[in-house]
Design a protein around this ligand. Structure first.
Ligand code: GLC
Ligand code: MG
Length: 525
């Protein structure tokens, strides 16, 4: 791949503990990933992003890191990470690893030291320790997982954790914190990783004086409202420094922001030329299944990144949000829409992220028994929110009974028995499967023209756009068929080709479907 490989890369997200288990403990691990990497290469991806595999008490699935340079025994050893990077490169896949700088585990040596120290001592200054106000916490900030963002210690002081109490927030005004993370960054870059995904990239810097947010339900407002603990201007200074580090290594090493911010323009600030290369487009994940909602988010995203000379990313699912088959209605309709959304997404200018299992059309598992729920959201919300485990159920690879080839014996979350029909093996040789659709789309995507997107006029339920030379994508979001002038020769459709009624001049787009077309301008409207 040429210069600036990330601008149109297809990147596959591996949620390590649910991808493939090699040692029979029911939890996915790095040797498991190594054995299954060829699936990702065959799918036609350009890169993988691995979620955290570092030493962790696993209070938040590994996003609570106790040692950033060590592989947790649950996932393997450092040699497995090195082997994985080498294997991936051999298969032509770049590797992005997760970096978690907003907080450490409460079992990180720094936090242990802070807890053992007196209030006001230097060891506490690496985190946010404060005295309470009127017998309560220092301010009204809420944990993203529910409840207050502060926990009180026996000595009376409180510490800040925007996530679980086992994830204390670091104080990014402390020089040790900067030095340590620059060092960790170099540790992984030195091992050959091609990029870092920055967890909670919007959270590192807090507003001066930690002012109240003055609202409740804060975790539900992140994509619409400014908060004193997120997206503060000071974070950008950090990424400017990290960019210099990334650029000091050979090859094009990238930084990807996980940033939940109020709008596309705020997101684009992370992508200024001297900052990060990519940021996840979460506004895209919030669009309802509607032509107008998708058109708006696409236009806003493209306009915002154009302003800073960056490329957009397109994300339908990840390990924190409900799988889009279910989001778009579930069942047969949800799957039809998800397949159409995949073709829409892969036709857009920019880079696409694919979350493991979406290429199989996996739905959210909504009926996990309460006793297996592991997401800290479940307990922190007073068991009001089940949390994110439903999108983290281990991948079905083969066979007719659980764990469907995920590992030798079991899976840490139970897989639905119906997934027998959705295994990689069952889908591989079925030309109508979602896996075949993704494989075909990713292959064709490499040859798509790189022209800008221009919308074509069409029915209210239809989005149709061109990219020159000669490519058209059509999506019917409605529940009725829509007839259009035929945009050219059919390349690929999310439904069966027989569902499209094509004549010389026109085509009927079935409900909840998308199609890719090429060439022959005479048929264009
Ligand atoms: C990010 C991760 C999520 C994690 C949180 C705290 O949002 O994607 O899984 O719980 O950060 O680290
Ligand atoms: Mg294992």
């Amino acid at each position: 791949m040429g210069q600036q490989w990330w601008r149109n890369a297809a990147i596959y997200q591996i949620y390590v503990r649910s991808f493939a288990d090699s040692d029979g403990d029911g939890v996915g691990d790095l040797p498991g990933v190594r054995r299954r990497l060829s699936h990702i290469a065959e799918l036609g991806m350009d890169a993988v992003w691995l979620t955290p595999f570092y030493a962790s008490p696993m209070a938040d699935g590994g996003y609570d890191v106790a040692d950033y340079r060590m592989v947790d025994p649950l996932f393997g050893r450092l040699a497995d990470a090195e082997g994985l990077i080498a294997d991936a490169h051999w298969l032509g896949l770049r590797v992005i690893v997760d970096l978690v700088p907003n907080h450490t585990s409460s079992q990180h040596p720094w936090f242990a030291e802070a807890l053992a120290a007196e209030p006001g001592s230097p060891a506490r200054a690496r985190y946010h320790f404060r005295d309470g106000v009127n017998g309560g916490p220092p301010n009204d900030w809420e944990s993203m997982f529910g409840g207050p963002a502060w926990t009180q210690l026996p000595d009376g002081q409180w510490y800040l954790h925007l996530f679980d109490a086992a994830q204390p927030d670091l104080n990014w005004e402390h020089l040790d914190v900067h030095a340590e993370f620059e060092n960790i960054l170099r540790f992984w870059l030195g091992r050959g990783v091609d990029g870092i995904r920055i967890d909670v990239a919007h959270g590192l810097v807090k507003a001066d004086g930690l002012p109240d947010a003055r609202c409740t339900g804060q975790s539900g407002l992140l994509t619409t409202t400014a908060m004193p603990f997120f997206d503060q201007d000071g974070v950008h200074e950090i990424y400017r420094r990290w960019r210099k580090i990334l650029d000091s290594y050979p090859g094009e090493r990238i930084g990807v922001a996980e940033a939940w911010v109020p709008d596309a323009d705020r997101l684009a600030r992370y992508l200024r030329p001297d900052e990060l290369h990519q940021a996840f487009n979460f506004h895209y994940t919030q669009a309802k299944w509607s032509a107008t909602e998708f058109r708006t988010v696409i236009d806003d995203s493209l306009a915002a990144v154009a302003g800073v000379g960056a490329a957009s990313t397109w994300v339908l699912s990840n390990h924190d949000i409900e799988r889009h088959v279910t989001r778009f209605g579930g069942g047969r309709t949800g799957l039809r829409r998800a397949r159409a959304a995949a073709l829409l997404t892969m036709a857009l200018p920019g880079s696409v992220y694919v979350y493991q299992g979406e290429e199989l059309g996996l739905p959210e598992v909504t009926d996990l028994p309460e006793e297996v729920l592991a997401d800290p959201k479940w307990e922190r919300s007073g068991r009001a929110e089940r949390g994110r485990d439903g999108c983290r159920v281990p991948i079905p690879w083969s066979g007719t009974t659980p764990p469907f080839g995920f590992g030798p014996s079991s899976a840490w979350l139970p897989q639905p028995t119906e997934w027998a029909a959705l295994t990689v093996k069952a889908q591989r040789d079925d030309p109508g499967s979602t896996l075949s659709l993704y494989t075909a789309a990713l292959r064709l995507r490499r040859g798509l023209p790189d022209g800008e997107l221009t919308w074509l006029d069409s029915d209210a339920d239809v989005l149709a756009f061109r990219r020159e030379p000669g490519f058209t994508c059509t999506v019917n979001f409605g529940s009725a068929p829509v007839r259009l002038s035929r945009p050219g020769r059919l390349l690929l459709t999310s439904t069966e080709e027989s569902e499209l009624e094509q004549s010389e001049q026109t085509v009927t787009l079935p409900p909840n479907s998308a199609a890719w077309w090429t060439g022959d301008d005479t048929h264009a409207r």
